[in-house]
Design a protein around this ligand. Structure first.
Ligand SMILES: Cc1cc2nc3c(=O)[nH]c(=O)nc-3n(C[C@H](O)[C@H](O)[C@H](O)COP(=O)(O)O)c2cc1C
Length: 140
């Protein structure tokens, strides 16, 4: 039973400085637990998609909810899936601030990256496009 989960959160002050460590830990843990996905971030917002078994995804999300590196964690989308979309990524990394704003604008009312104001479906579509257009750093 595979699921896909998408959430948004506000990065705590030191979180972006710790991002390399967070991702390094994440890639090891995720590889060991069959979790794939991608993490998008701008100066103060994280948006992450997680895929894997329902048990593993729910367990990791519970850990992520308690992580002081961010606040205001909000679930945007959760669905059962028949196949993965991010199967190649133990955790892909997308720096939104380095992107052309047109991808964000395509799926949002404004050009600033604010998934809190958008539907989960649109945010998921934006994430898919970022991955499809290979704006991902660090496949690992
Ligand atoms: C935005 C964000 C995304 C994260 N993504 C993952 C992830 O995909 N996999 C993972 O194992 N940890 C991830 N973490 C780290 C976990 O929240 C947590 O710190 C880590 O699993 C260590 O937990 P522990 O100290 O309870 O062992 C993420 C943290 C943040 C802030």
């Amino acid at each position: 039973m595979l699921v896909r989960l998408l959430y948004v959160s506000r990065a705590a002050d030191a979180a972006l400085k710790d991002l390399d460590n967070i991702l390094q830990h994440a890639r090891t843990y995720n590889a060991e637990h069959g979790i794939t996905g991608a993490l998008c971030y701008s100066s103060n917002i994280f948006m992450q998609v997680l895929e894997g078994s329902r048990t593993e995804v729910n367990r990791l999300y519970a850990t992520i909810l308690r992580d002081p590196h961010h606040t205001d964690v909000e679930l945007l989308h959760y669905e059962e899936i028949s196949e993965r979309s991010y199967g190649s990524w133990t955790m892909g990394r997308v720096d939104i601030s380095r992107l052309n704003t047109s991808t964000v604008l395509k799926y949002s009312e404004h050009a600033d990256f604010n998934p809190y104001a958008n539907s989960g479906k649109m945010s998921l579509a934006m994430m898919q496009e970022l991955v499809a257009t290979a704006n991902i750093i660090g496949r690992a």
